[in-house]
Write a protein that binds this ligand. Structure first.
Ligand code: PLP
Length: 372
């Protein structure tokens, strides 16, 4: 029998979350952001549930090829644009829309031989200082693009640095509006945080929103609001089983470095999941875990292949607390109890994005049978 760890993808949750994005940004079209192999969920596994989106946004050309291989005929946007001139041939062949964020990409377009003009989104650096043209350079970049026979429709894209927090989007919105005001073309600004928090504002939702993390059921603006507060459902469950039991007495310690000491009798369960599965080693005693759907806590250090949990609350709830018991590291237990990936991420000092992208290749992945 294989090791009992398993990641399960929930198409019904993905569909629900996509609907949630639409409700937050009425009339806007929705890019489902599926970069990083759909935030670790697997492009092929999420595709069917997300095909109701208006387009897919990603940045790896090979991932774009995989979407076309799934017979997706709609828009695909390359969020970082092309990386070298010959990528433009693939854009032509696969009909990819691409971001143009620097002069070199315009140079490459100018030399590109194509029958069909390409559709591009010109990127403004409105303050995040990652990719994009500075505000005073946007207009000349647009004029260059507009003059090229290789370029068809030109849209505008920018990215918010603080849509999830108190600094907000006002300053970047003002810059974007000022620079693009009299230029024709579609606009896209909002990530998940901006979509949920400000999608009611036409200037923020614009023509397209670009939602990633919310689709996967993680909150984009922790600690302010949780996934449950936003009515988002986990699209991935990471689960395993108890493979060993220890009965501790007062003074007994647990795991490497003896980081936990029992202050009384305690029934401990050893779960088959460790940092080599992608569970964060930074999680310490107290990190929430579900056993048979009952919320309990991690004890001591996470090791490579195992971690320890306190079975006291599980026994107290009258659920089986023995070898074979279901352990939910994040996501949804069989009984419907939910543990957000965000709580585990917070215990590890990171964000849900990182954990879902980091589930290790050795973890088998299944897709939930519908309906879930
Ligand atoms: C990743 C990304 C998004 C999606 O961000 P979320 O916070 O996951 O919604 C949107 N736009 C760009 C340019 C991105 O790189």
């Amino acid at each position: 029998m294989p090791r009992p760890i398993l990641a399960t993808i929930h198409p019904a949750a993905l569909r629900h979350n996509l609907e949630r994005a639409r409700r937050a940004a009425p009339d806007a079209r929705v890019w489902a952001v599926v970069k990083a192999n759909a935030y670790g969920h697997g492009i092929e596994r999420v595709f069917d549930a997300l095909r109701g989106a208006d387009g897919f946004a990603l940045l790896d050309l090979d991932e774009a090829r995989r979407l076309r291989a799934l017979d997706w005929r709609g828009p695909i946007l390359l969020l970082e644009g092309v990386f070298e001139p010959r990528d433009l041939e693939l854009c032509s062949r696969l009909d990819l829309w691409h971001t143009v964020h620097c002069d070199q990409q315009i140079d490459w377009l100018a030399r590109h031989k194509t029958q069909v003009p390409q559709r591009v989104f010109l990127k403004l650096n409105s303050g995040m200082n990652r990719l994009g043209f500075a505000p005073h350079r946007l207009r000349s970049a647009w004029a260059r693009l507009d003059a090229l026979p290789q370029v068809g429709e030109i849209g505008f894209i920018t990215h918010f640095s603080d849509a999830d927090g108190p600094r907000g989007t006002a300053r970047q919105l003002a810059v974007f509006d000022e620079v693009t005001r009299d230029l024709p073309g579609e606009r896209t600004l909002a990530n998940s945080a901006a979509t949920l928090r400000q999608g009611g504002q036409p200037a923020v939702r614009a023509d397209w929103v670009r939602t990633g993390i919310l689709l996967y059921g993680s909150s984009p603006d922790l600690p302010e609001r949780s996934a449950a507060d936003w009515d988002l459902r986990p699209a991935m469950t990471l689960a395993t089983r108890i493979i060993g039991i220890q009965q501790l007495d007062s003074g007994d310690t647990v795991g490497y470095g003896s980081r936990f000491t029992a202050d009384g009798p305690l029934r401990l369960g050893v779960a088959a999941c460790g940092y080599a599965d992608g569970y964060p080693r930074h999680c310490g005693t107290g990190t929430p875990v579900l056993v048979e759907g009952v919320r309990t806590r991690l004890l001591g250090r996470v090791s490579m292949d195992m971690l320890a949990v306190d079975l006291t609350p599980v026994q107290a709830a009258g659920r089986p607390a023995d070898v074979g018991a279901e352990v939910t590291l994040w996501g949804r237990a069989r009984d419907g109890a939910v543990l957000s990936i965000d709580e585990v991420a917070q215990a590890a000092g990171t964000v849900g994005y990182e954990l879902m992208c980091a589930v290790a290749p050795r973890v088998p992945v299944a897709v939930d049978a519908e309906p879930a």
